[in-house]
Write a protein that binds this ligand. Structure first.
Ligand SMILES: O=C(O)C(=O)C[C@H](O)[C@H](O)COP(=O)(O)O
Length: 222
């Protein structure tokens, strides 16, 4: 039986991903803080999150967030092995993001029908991703790889590419990324960084999320 979705279906589905424009990338120290972050993001108008599988409690936090925030699109980030795809999918992740593009991960994503966003930093890597059927690509590390100018140049001839620049994106440089036609969303840890010891994590995150969404939507918060 062929369980692989057709390229058309996959393209359609990925076009609908990350429509909110801002993808908070989270390095979760513990489940408690993860839940507070999710609460703050939702209150601030962001219902998509990338939980990097870099910390011991990341997978557990991913599962709890997926369960307690059913309206949230929960992505697994820093996916480096096929097993991580499967573990995160079992816990409720619906999108899978990696810092790079390897044949092993591409094959696994295609075989299992996972919505995968591979990391790319050059025109060749983007072309490879597109050839394999992955239209949504993570431009990583975005600032170090040349910033908005580099991405605008690389994507100008690659009409099919939908890109999520991540790595060095801030509230301040967000408008420059947003201007690039190929940019579907921007990702970053700035919304959830430096929260250890903060008294009301959810409130702080809510405010940052609201500011980020205002910047993305080009509106001024009063
Ligand atoms: O963990 C992953 O899968 C990554 O690919 C790396 C993260 O997306 C970047 O580290 C975020 O960068 P900053 O927003 O500059 O902190």
């Amino acid at each position: 039986m062929n369980t692989q979705p057709s390229p058309d279906t996959r393209a359609e589905r990925t076009r609908n991903w990350l429509q909110q424009g801002v993808l908070p990338v989270v390095v979760i120290p513990n489940v408690k803080q993860g839940l507070e972050i999710a609460e703050g993001l939702c209150a601030g108008g962001i219902t998509q999150i990338e939980i990097t599988l870099r910390t011991p409690e990341a997978l557990q936090a991913l599962g709890e967030i997926a369960q307690r925030f059913p309206d949230m699109n929960v992505s697994a980030g820093t996916v480096l092995t096929p097993a991580q795809f499967d573990q995160a999918a079992d816990l409720g992740a619906t999108l899978f993001i990696s810092p790079g593009l390897t044949e092993v991960l591409a094959e696994h994503a295609l075989n299992k029908g996972y919505a995968w966003v591979p990391g790319v930093a050059t025109a060749s890597e983007m072309m490879r991703g597109l050839e394999l059927g992955f239209e949504l690509l993570k431009f990583f590390p975005a600032m170090a790889a040349g910033g908005p100018k580099a991405l605008a140049g690389i994507t100008a001839p690659l009409a099919a590419a939908r890109v999520v620049p991540t790595g060095g994106v801030t509230l301040e440089n967000l408008p420059q990324w947003r201007e690039i036609k190929a940019v579907q969303a921007v990702g970053g840890t700035w919304l959830t960084a430096g929260l250890d010891g903060v008294a009301n994590v959810a409130k702080v995150v809510e405010q940052r999320a609201a500011l980020a969404m205002a910047a993305w939507n080009n509106t001024v918060l009063v």
